[in-house]
Design a protein around this ligand. Structure first.
Ligand code: SF4
Length: 337
């Protein structure tokens, strides 16, 4: 623990990060979030939320949520999240999320939520004709998720910045309305994640629903088969044709998983000496190597799902303790204790 200027121990800053329970995770999750979470877990107090209520905002079918949460936690653990210092928990198992969400929903107007650019993009991308009340209020639930643990920092991509701004507004409004002398909530800062985004194997955004991903749990032969289907520079049709690595997603994968060989790959691609099939198989081999420790650790948990359930139960109990404490402060500030 660090010390402040008076020599007293200074608590670590709090980070809240989460994912919807979508089951087994893919390379995009590893590069885009998990590696970052693992790097941050010593410096900060991390809480990892499984956003199962958020998942219902776009699909009310709840049948697979629990199993998907377990599958996802196995990937979190295999990636190196340390459950002893970073509690992992389902949003639905800490009732205080819904209570704080309700209180916060009185502190923001529907007009403000309708102006949210992320919502507008979702409506356009998912071709939604009508959105659920809960979907409109999604950023308010997210504010409750973050502020229940008094999150100081939230690692996000640029698309999530408007939500963090809403969280900051709600924190300010709550403090001004109910706790002007002794603010209950911090105004969390967004921490922009600095990673190279991986494109899906078909050139679109990486997504399991599009079937264009490599899963962290895929066996080596599946990784090689999937990589064979990756789109490349359309101008390079056969070995001998000069290629453009900077427009090829396979080269992007090399940069992430095979950094040492990228100068040679670039030269071979541009001169035409390297063919796409050989290039893809070299890339697949490096991904197989990089994921080997993950696959081994995941294999351990796959045979011990009861252990995973008890890790989750322990995380939920620790999260509940913090959430209860915050709600006591909230009710006291509101004189509804
Ligand atoms: S040789 Fe490799 S980098 Fe070049 S276009 Fe083919 S797959 Fe892409």
């Amino acid at each position: 623990m660090k010390e402040n200027i008076s020599g007293l121990p200074q608590p670590k800053k709090v980070i809240l990060s989460g994912m919807r329970p979508t089951g087994k995770l893919h390379l995009g999750h590893l590069v885009g979030a998990l590696e970052n979470w693992v790097d941050l877990q010593q410096e900060y107090q991390n809480y990892h939320l499984i956003a199962d209520y958020h998942a219902l905002t776009t699909n009310p079918d709840s049948r697979d949520l629990e199993e998907n949460a377990i599958e996802m936690v196995m990937d979190w653990l295999a990636a190196g999240i340390d459950e002893r210092i970073s509690p992992m928990f389902r949003q639905s198992q800490v009732k205080e999320h819904t209570e704080l969400h309700l209180i916060f929903s009185m502190l923001i107007t529907t007009a403000r939520l309708e102006r949210n650019p992320t919502l507008k993009e979702q409506v356009r991308d998912l071709k939604l004709e009508n959105i659920a009340y809960g979907h409109l209020g999604y950023p308010v639930l997210q504010a409750a998720d973050i502020l229940l643990y008094k999150g100081d920092v939230v690692p996000v991509g640029e698309d999530q910045l408007p939500h963090i701004e809403i969280t900051r507004e709600i924190a300010r409004r709550f403090n001004a309305q109910y706790a002007p002398e002794k603010p209950v909530f911090p105004e969390p800062e967004a921490k922009l994640t600095t990673f190279a985004r991986l494109t899906g194997l078909d050139g679109n955004r990486m997504s399991k629903s599009l079937g264009n991903t490599i899963l962290l749990s895929d066996p080596p032969d599946v990784i090689r088969t999937k990589m064979r289907s990756a789109v490349t520079d359309p101008r390079k049709v056969r070995k001998g044709d000069p290629g453009r690595p900077d427009v090829c997603l396979v080269f992007n994968y090399h940069q992430k998983f095979n950094a040492a060989e990228t100068p040679e790959i670039r030269a071979g691609c541009e001169s035409g000496a390297l063919g796409c099939v050989g290039c893809k198989m070299r890339c697949a081999d490096r991904i197989v190597d990089a994921l080997a420790p993950h696959r081994d650790r995941r294999g351990y948990y796959e045979t011990r799902k009861d252990e995973v359930r008890s890790i989750l139960a322990d995380g939920e109990s620790r999260a509940r303790e913090v959430a209860r404490q915050t709600m006591t402060e909230v009710r006291t500030a509101m004189r509804m204790g």
